[in-house]
Design a protein around this ligand. Structure first.
Ligand code: ATP
Ligand code: MG
Length: 383
């Protein structure tokens, strides 16, 4: 008789979590259950990394399935850390026994990035609007002023910073097992792309990505920094939401191009940060107008005019500046030498990035005068 999912679930009700004293099904720890002929696969979700517990639970699950379902079943059981799911359960009191650990976790989070004065997230709703370009040029623009700056690429699926900073070296590790950021153009930087194989990361589920990013935050020797710029992956989904909760963000910079489809997503980006009480420092209009290389005095508003500026006004958010669409921006990105580092600041986009960096610094000091540091946020995410 073919095996069905219900049989497997019933078998897993016999697997008791050693600390929680409830079964894995009741604790909602079983995900992605697939049954095909005698092949059974599923994931055991855990609130945090615990290798011993993972091995124990896998063994218990295997035993239960062989005993109650089929002795010769072919099993593929994986484990995953799903912070957001269990944080939600802790809050609602559904996941007893985690109170102590949760307190410890909170302390860890408070200490996270303690040597960093300002953490800035560069985000957008839509992909490909120039977040990484803005993040790199903002970091280098801030470093131009003599500030101590860090840059972290959190885009595990499509990391761009190694190319844009022209460095693909693996970072060193200190004797305390902390990663040492790379350094170029006066900016300390790291990219998950330097450590994780992007092809491998493609198959990671959201919680794995966020826990990897959190680990990244904790295990990097950033030292003292005036500014740490985070390049966020595109979108406003669970990954971004968990990311912006994990890190004590000082403020967010939203990037958009002027056209309607990008603006709609930018609006969602602003809403996401407001929802989690992270101040939005303002909006940047990238690719605001096209400047042909051979006619540098011409401006073509190919994606529309002032779309992001108007949206910022409507949403009561600052407008931080407009960056022209110029071939030199793309070329400098591909060559790994951010355009803002142009010595004579000849190009309009280099000037625009300098202005943007100044505006961001100004908004940060206003924000820091007017508001208390961003607190750890407790919001509920649907698992
Ligand atoms: N102002 C600009 N002028 C010319 N080219 C630009 C400009 N801004 C970005 N680009 C180019 O557009 C492409 C996409 O930019 P970028 O990678 O910064 O976008 P992104 O929002 O980070 O994308 P993703 O959502 O994939 O992370 C890159 O090739 C970049 O060089
Ligand atoms: Mg990017």
């Amino acid at each position: 008789m073919p095996i069905n999912k219900q049989q497997v679930r019933t078998a897993l009700t016999h697997v008791i979590h050693p600390q929680m004293e409830k079964d894995l099904v009741t604790l909602d720890m079983i995900e992605d259950l697939v049954v095909q002929d005698s092949f059974i696969t599923f994931t055991i979700d855990l609130p945090e990394k615990d290798t011993k517990l993972e091995t124990l639970l896998k063994e218990k699950c295997e035993k239960a399935i062989r005993k109650y379902v089929a002795e010769d079943a072919v099993l593929d059981i994986t484990t995953a850390v799903n912070i957001s799911k269990f944080r939600n359960k802790e809050n609602s009191g559904d996941f007893p026994g985690q109170g102590h650990r949760s307190q410890k976790k909170q302390q860890d989070e408070e200490e996270l990035l303690s040597g960093v004065k300002n953490v800035i997230a560069v985000a957008s709703g839509k992909g490909g609007v120039g977040k990484s370009t803005v993040a790199v040029n903002l970091a280098c623009g801030l470093a131009r002023t003599g500030a101590k700056v860090g840059l972290l690429d959190t885009d595990i699926y499509g990391p761009s910073i190694p190319t844009m900073m022209d460095t693909h070296k693996r970072p060193n590790i200190t004797t305390q097992k902390k990663l040492v950021p790379l350094k170029k153009y006066g900016v300390r930087f790291l990219s998950m792309g330097l450590l994780v194989d992007p092809d491998q990361a493609m198959i990671w589920r959201g919680p794995m990505v966020t826990s990897a990013v959190k680990q990244f935050m904790e295990e990097v020797e950033w030292g003292e920094l005036d500014y740490l710029v985070l390049d966020l992956p595109p979108g406003t989904g669970d990954i971004q939401l968990t990311l912006v909760q994990t890190v004590p963000l000082t403020g967010a910079v939203i990037v958009s191009t002027p056209q309607t489809v990008a603006l709609d997503d930018a609006r969602k980006g602003v809403a996401m940060f407001k929802k989690v009480n992270v101040p939005v420092l303002g909006m940047v209009e990238n690719m605001a107008y096209f400047i042909p290389e051979d006619m540098p005095d011409k401006k073509y508003h190919i994606f529309g005019k002032h779309g992001a500026r108007k949206l910022a006004e409507r949403m009561g958010t600052n407008f931080l500046g407009e960056i022209p669409l110029e071939q030199a921006v793309r070329e400098s990105g591909d060559a790994g030498k951010p355009i803002v580092l142009q010595e004579d600041l000849k190009s309009k986009s280099a000037q625009a990035f300098v202005e943007l960096s100044n505006n961001v610094m100004q908004q940060l000091s206003i924000r820091n005068q007017e508001q208390a540091p961003t607190e750890k946020i407790d919001i509920k995410i649907k698992p």
